[in-house]
Design a protein around this ligand. Structure first.
Ligand code: BEZ
Length: 211
């Protein structure tokens, strides 16, 4: 059965470009982004890995560790890493799992046989410090993912874990948010003493609390 939001992310041991890891121990108290690549030495994947490496300061700011996966051998990962640095201008600065036996890919249902029997789709799992899956995305091999969007979702998750708010369409860090419908106006007065704007009884807009 496929993994669902709120499930515990399955633990595993794997060889990576930064040595052998046990996933849960490696995550420690951080958030995690586990994402798969169809195959080494492919153009879209090369751009995704370079861009993710550039985002490291943004991941660090949010206490997030990134980890990639492809169903190729470790020695191929090392060779490909050189190409990523050369063409994308940034060296890999996070581990890439060598999953040649597809153990992790199968555990996370990253192979969709009607898309390809052999390659993974572009899966993304955002995992919180309690090891729960908080976001899962599946993209086709031909479409590179938007890693700024993944950061945006992490911002929303981290904010909404701390405050009784939800984030509206296309929300970005610093923009107004929505008071969750379960909060009655009387309680909202305590939680948001500076007030809010009521567009409908269920649609109350408030400045973003400090995250
Ligand atoms: C790519 O990463 O460029 C790619 C991989 C598999 C199929 C199509 C594109």
């Amino acid at each position: 059965m496929s993994l669902r939001l709120g499930d515990i992310a399955p633990d595993f041991e794997a060889e990576t470009t930064e040595g052998k890891i046990r996933f849960h121990d490696w995550l420690g108290t951080s958030w995690g982004v586990l994402f798969s690549h169809p195959k080494n030495y492919t153009p879209v994947c090369t751009t995704e890995l370079g861009y993710t490496a550039k985002l490291k300061p943004e991941f660090d700011k949010r206490n997030v560790k990134a980890i990639g996966l492809s169903v190729d051998k470790l020695e191929d990962h090392h060779g490909w890493s050189k190409d990523i640095e050369e063409t994308q201008g940034t060296a890999l600065n996070f581990p890439l799992i060598a999953d040649a036996d597809k153990k992790v890919a199968n555990l996370y249902d990253m192979i969709h046989p009607n898309a390809s029997d052999t390659f993974t789709v572009r899966s993304v799992f955002v995992i919180d410090p309690n090891k729960k899956i908080r976001l899962s995305l599946t993209y086709p091999a031909s479409t590179g993912r938007n890693f700024d969007e993944i950061l945006r979702v992490i911002d929303s998750l981290q904010l909404t874990d701390h405050y009784k708010v939800a984030t509206p369409v296309n929300w970005k860090q610093g923009e107004d948010v929505i008071i969750v419908p379960a909060i009655k106006d009387d309680d909202a007065k305590t939680l948001f003493p500076d007030g809010w704007k009521t567009l409908k009884s269920y649609l109350r807009i408030v400045p973003q609390p400090k995250s």
